[in-house]
Design a protein. Structure first.
Length: 94
């Protein structure tokens, strides 16, 4: 895994994002203005429960917080909105 130099001069690994990670974030972006995607579309697109999908989205966004802005072209506000939706949907499916 490649390394990225931090402002303190130390090196840390750069997060790797798979095609599935990208598809999950694209899906989340498509549905962000509607409070998230429908459960049946999540199941058919990603073969996982809604709760597992949103846990994965949170993990992707938290993997390397500094890189998600450039990697996915997301603003800090959009990352915050997606995370809020993910947390809410996880809470609702308990």
């Amino acid at each position: 895994m490649p390394n990225r130099r931090t402002s303190a001069g130390a090196e840390r690994p750069v997060a790797f994002y798979s095609d599935t990670d990208r598809a999950m974030i694209d899906f989340a972006l498509r549905w962000v203005n509607h409070g998230g995607g429908p459960d049946d579309e999540i199941r058919s697109a990603f073969a996982m429960s809604t709760q597992d999908y949103y846990r994965a989205v949170l993990e992707i966004l938290d993997r390397d917080p500094g890189s998600v802005f450039g990697e996915f072209g997301l603003s800090p506000v959009m990352v915050t909105r997606i995370k809020a939706i993910a947390r809410r949907r996880i809470w609702l499916t308990r």
